[in-house]
Design a protein around this ligand. Sequence first.
Ligand SMILES: [Zn+2]
Length: 110
Amino acid sequence: MKIPCKLIKDLLPLYIDDVCSDESRKLIVEHLSECEDCKSELAAMQNELPVDIYRQNFRDTQAVKNLSKNWKKGMLKSLIKGAIITLIVIAAIAFILFFIADFRIVPRGM
Ligand SMILES: [Zn+2]
């Protein structure tokens, strides 16, 4: 074995992502054919990566599901309250703006 395993293991992520040069790829493939240790390392990496992404997505999906569940159960009332308050605030702002606009228009008109 010419290339140290440490170097190969450093290159394995690049090899998996398919971003290493053809020369590095050749060296890695050559090394892997002779080295069981690095081969199992590669297999572990290839298995880990998609699973991790899947787990991450699963966790995110669960978080969203839990969130929407909470919204449906307990937060609905406060959501309605919030919506009503927001509507009142918007109505108040519209009312004020209407009067400001009215005050501006009236002197101009007269
Ligand atoms: Zn090795």
